[in-house]
Design a protein around this ligand. Structure first.
Ligand SMILES: [Zn+2]
Length: 354
């Protein structure tokens, strides 16, 4: 795993230039600042936001104004520890917490830094200059972002730590789920990971919904008791879920989430809707006294996720459907975009075996 003497000068990276313009580029390896470690990246998961930068040149209101390295779902091995002595030493396998809370003065709950204004995230164009991601063979990352992996936790499994933390945070926003009926709208990677988290948390009955068969198979494999097609409105309403996780990110999904909730139930919205007005049957949320709760990224939940992945109590392997070497990154993005056929798609940054 990278002797200290062998430091490369250049590295392959996945760079979004503009809508429809994604390139695998040969770039100089970043020189770490004193508080940064150099990571030999093993795997990187392709996220919805990465796909949006590629397809639309923007993810929500974050618009690309300059080329940006994508990627925030990263695992790898430290090959050079931070010079200031902080963080894990060379040879440590790590996952990455991609957020840097912002210095903004606006008010937010102190214990919820994910809500801090001005928060930056790896591979995000929310600020300018953009925050480069870590889809590259070698990445210089702040040592405070690094989370050492327990012995025995495979890097490939740990590659799901970041999206699983998003799902974990969403489920925790619902409150107690043990013994309850849960409905998950949208069974892409975040939805399927929410199913796995609900299962681990002791939900009594978990119903997963999607438009396509493949994601529903994945949801079943990680713990859904029943699956429904998204157009089966009657069946969705009949679920009468105590807890609904909306992870589709479109208004039809949110409408189903509201209709599928039992009176007095809770709907957690984690799928990011487009900005602007959304037509949803909100009056039902009033007369049924539903609790609608937003869920955005996560905080220290990633530590609980890593522990649960390591002890096997959070079983998520079926969520990964494809792995491509970084040289085939463009093909990987094409597969990831097809949500009818793929779950989580990983890029493999390790050098090909000779
Ligand atoms: Zn992600």
């Amino acid at each position: 795993m990278g002797g200290a003497a062998v430091l490369p000068a250049r590295t392959a990276a996945v760079v979004a230039h503009a809508a429809g313009d994604l390139r695998i580029e040969d770039m100089p390896v970043a020189v770490p600042r004193p508080d940064e470690a150099l990571i030999e990246v093993a795997f990187g998961g392709i996220c919805g936001s990465d796909l949006h930068y590629w397809m639309h040149g923007a993810a929500g209101e974050s618009v690309l104004r300059a080329p940006m390295i994508l990627g925030h779902e990263i695992v790898g091995t430290v090959i050079r520890a931070a010079a200031d002595g902080s963080g894990p030493g060379a040879g440590t396998a790590v996952a990455v917490h991609p957020a840097t809370p912002g210095p903004g003065a606006a008010r937010y709950p102190e214990d919820r830094p994910n809500l801090s204004p001005g928060c930056t995230y790896l591979g995000s164009a929310a600020r300018y200059p953009h925050t480069n991601g870590a889809f590259s063979r070698y990445a210089a990352l702040p040592a405070r972002m690094l989370r050492p992996l327990p012995a025995g936790l495979e890097l490939r499994t740990a590659a799901l730590a970041e999206p699983a933390a998003v799902a974990w945070h969403a489920v925790s926003r619902a409150g107690k789920v043990a013994g309850k009926t849960a409905l998950v709208i949208g069974s892409g990677p975040i939805g399927s990971l929410a199913v796995a988290v609900l299962k681990r948390a002791g939900a009594r009955r978990i119903v997963a919904v999607d438009m396509h068969d493949r994601p529903l198979e994945i949801a079943r494999a990680v713990g859904a008791d029943e699956v429904l097609k998204a157009d089966d409105a009657e069946a969705i309403e009949a679920v009468e879920a105590d807890v609904v996780i909306e992870s589709s990110g479109n208004h039809h999904g949110l409408a189903s989430a509201i209709k599928g909730a039992v009176r007095g139930g809770t709907v957690v919205m984690v799928g990011l809707l487009p900005t602007g007005m959304q037509p949803v049957p909100i009056s039902l949320a009033i007369t049924r006294e539903l609790q609608l709760r937003g869920s955005f990224r996560f905080n220290d939940e990633i530590d609980e996720v890593i522990a649960a992945l390591a002890d096997g109590s959070l079983a998520v392997d079926p969520v990964v459907t494809h792995t491509f070497p970084v040289d085939q990154g463009l093909e990987a993005f094409g597969v990831a975009r097809n949500s009818a056929e793929s779950g989580k798609v990983l890029l493999d940054f390790r050098p090909a075996p000779e």
